[in-house]
Write a protein that binds this ligand. Structure first.
Ligand SMILES: [Zn+2]
Length: 51
């Protein structure tokens, strides 16, 4: 299973595990060019770009 935020969101991780989701998106330093999501780690995104 992929641990990328982009795919986790599609699996409703924000509803099933809000704490884990919050950890991934707290203090975002990167965003995904493909999905438009922000995350703390570049490894959480499929097309990460620095904020
Ligand atoms: Zn993405």
């Amino acid at each position: 299973m992929s641990d990328k935020l982009c795919s986790l969101v599609k699996k409703n991780v924000h509803e099933e595990d809000p704490k884990a989701y919050k950890k991934l998106i707290s203090e975002p330093k990167y965003w995904c060019k493909k999905c438009g999501r922000a995350a703390a780690k570049s490894s959480s995104l499929c097309k990460s770009k620095k904020l």
